[in-house]
Design a protein around this ligand. Structure first.
Ligand SMILES: Cc1cc2nc3c(=O)[nH]c(=O)nc-3n(C[C@H](O)[C@H](O)[C@H](O)COP(=O)(O)OP(=O)(O)OC[C@H]3O[C@@H](n4cnc5c(N)ncnc54)[C@H](O)[C@@H]3O)c2cc1C
Length: 494
């Protein structure tokens, strides 16, 4: 076998997944169509949960050095900002960082972990049988136990696996342009014209415009400099002196969600599984979080310790998130479109004012900020609110924090009672579980909690309020971390 897992696509999702798999000891190979890394950046944002996820792997500092934190974010371009700073996270901001730089930093991580990236390799087909997958790359065939399509919205892997991709075609497009020359003294006029203008940190400025007179143009139609300038002038009364375009592109609101994220040994993640208008900048973020949800589960399947059904929880947990993201982008796009269509302009403006008013109510703002930041993503429906939610990054008695103990990609069994498991009780999972101790007073959500099992992706798998939950804990470990590894020396290993 050429690898245990083949990841198709070295975009942000494929790179994150490859890193997660390598960290878990899986032999992984990335196959990428492009000869060299992408120079242009579609995405510019890393939202709070994505920064947390990077922090869980010890990567956040490298991203923070290059990015710029922005405390408030928008929903549908409404003037009242989403207050990420009010959320329960050390990373309550959006990190402005161009996608090309995110991909470069992830590539460095993946290379350090020894993952081969085959560039200039176009995947043309995938087949599978009970023992593995065969991936056609030009004239050659690669074999592996599993393949993951992280190959974007037009995913070849998705088509080869015959996974349906229902949704709606594009009805509206916007334009983006990155310019080396702008008249900085005019930039304050962008917002009033509904135009986004942001410096990308590489000497260019990104403009994004949705012009009612050009918004029915197909995204496959190339953008000209003249068209872009004319649209800026129409929207803002100035063309901002834009010149020397580095990239002009058109993007649309086609919205689709894969029917299944898994078909046997073929899985999908990122844009291969969900596409939508880039409203509130969520696509790349959702892809990173797909990858972190999938990585440890796929590693468990490869290593043979996955409990029954674990790999299917990837679809069960991430498909609803994909559905929620596509739905909220459709709401945002509809609001934008209504405002731009003459006959609805007045009621649409009134609707926006009403929604903006509602966003001013703390609990409403908190709810939408929790969704867009992805901090409120919760898996399952346990009556215990913390189960399925992300574990807060509390300080531990060892002076480390929860996220530091997750750097290696293991489960974390956290004891708050001061008693903790006896060595022999957890020794069979020592290759998958690390131990930590904290005080139950370290976070309000932990009041009365004696033990917590945190998954490698940072979500809470199980908790107890019992002082000695020996049987409960063993059951939880078996349900999530699988059967115990045989001990050869008959002694505990943790
Ligand atoms: C204008 C615009 C602005 C956006 N802004 C934001 C934002 O601010 N925040 C945000 O979160 N998201 C944003 N997005 C969305 C974001 O860019 C995508 O969600 C993200 O790129 C998805 O990452 P991915 O790795 O899943 O797919 P991609 O980035 O599409 O990567 C897929 C990779 O697979 C490779 N590939 C494709 N086919 C094959 C094949 N057959 N064989 C081998 N390799 C193949 C491609 O070359 C590519 O490298 C924006 C999108 C647009 C259009």
């Amino acid at each position: 076998m050429d690898a245990e897992v083949i990841v198709v696509g070295a975009g942000p999702t494929g790179l994150m997944l490859a890193g997660e798999l390598a960290l878990a000891g899986v032999r992984v190979r990335v196959v990428e169509r492009r000869d060299s890394p992408q120079r242009h950046s579609r995405a510019l944002t890393l939202h709070p949960r994505s920064v947390e996820v990077l922090d869980q792997r010890g990567l956040a500092d490298a991203f923070l050095v290059e990015g710029k934190p922005v405390p408030g974010w928008h929903f549908a371009g409404l003037p009242t900002r989403l207050d990420f700073a009010a959320l329960d996270s050390r990373h309550g901001y959006t990190l402005f960082l161009a996608q090309a730089r995110t991909e470069r930093l992830l590539t460095e991580w993946v290379r350090d972990l020894g993952v081969p990236i085959s560039r200039g390799s176009v995947v043309t087909g995938v087949s599978q049988d009970h023992g593995g997958v065969t991936v056609a790359v030009g004239d050659t065939e690669l074999t592996a136990k599993y393949v993951v399509g992280c190959d974007g919205g037009r995913s070849v892997v998705r088509r080869a696996a015959r996974i349906e991709f229902p949704g709606t075609d594009e009805t509206l497009t916007g334009m983006l342009g990155d310019f080396a020359v702008v008249d900085a003294s005019t930039l304050s006029r962008a917002e009033s014209g509904g135009v986004l203008a942001v410096p990308l940190g590489d000497g260019t400025t990104r403009f994004v415009v949705v012009d009612p007179q050009r918004m029915r143009e197909s995204s496959s139609t190339p953008v000209t400099l003249h068209e872009f300038r004319t649209s800026l002038l129409r929207s803002c009364g100035t063309d901002f002196g834009v010149a020397e375009p580095r990239w002009l592109s058109r993007f649309g609101n086609a919205t689709r969600l894969a029917m299944r994220y898994r078909a046997g040994r073929v899985l999908l993640a990122g844009d291969a599984a969900h596409i939508h208008f880039p409203a509130a900048g969520q696509g790349l973020n959702a892809g990173l979080q797909d990858a972190v949800n999938l990585g440890w589960k796929l590693a468990a399947a490869v290593h043979g310790w996955a409990p029954d059904g674990l790999l299917d929880t990837y679809h069960d947990e991430r498909h609803p998130v994909g559905a929620a993201v596509t739905a909220n982008t459709e709401v945002q796009t509809l609001l934008l479109e209504l405002t731009l269509v003459g006959q609805y302009e007045r009621p649409a403006t009134a609707l926006r004012a009403l929604l903006d008013d509602l966003l001013g109510i703390d609990v409403v703002n908190r709810r939408i900020a929790g969704a867009v930041s992805a901090l409120d993503t919760r898996y399952g429906t346990s009556a215990e609110p913390l189960i399925g939610a992300r574990m807060p990054d509390i300080a531990l008695s060892s002076h480390a924090s929860v996220y530091e103990l997750l750097h290696g990609g293991s489960f974390l069994l956290l004891t708050m009672s001061g008693v903790g498991p006896a060595t022999g009780e957890v020794a069979g999972w020592a290759d998958r579980v690390v131990l930590g101790t904290a005080s139950s007073g370290s976070h309000p959500a932990l009041a009365g909690v004696t033990e917590v099992l945190v998954r490698p992706d940072g979500h809470v798998a199980w908790l107890s309020r019992d002082d000695r939950p020996v049987v409960e804990r063993t059951n939880a470990l078996m349900a999530w971390a699988g059967r115990q590894t045989e001990r050869t020396d008959g002694r505990g290993q943790i």
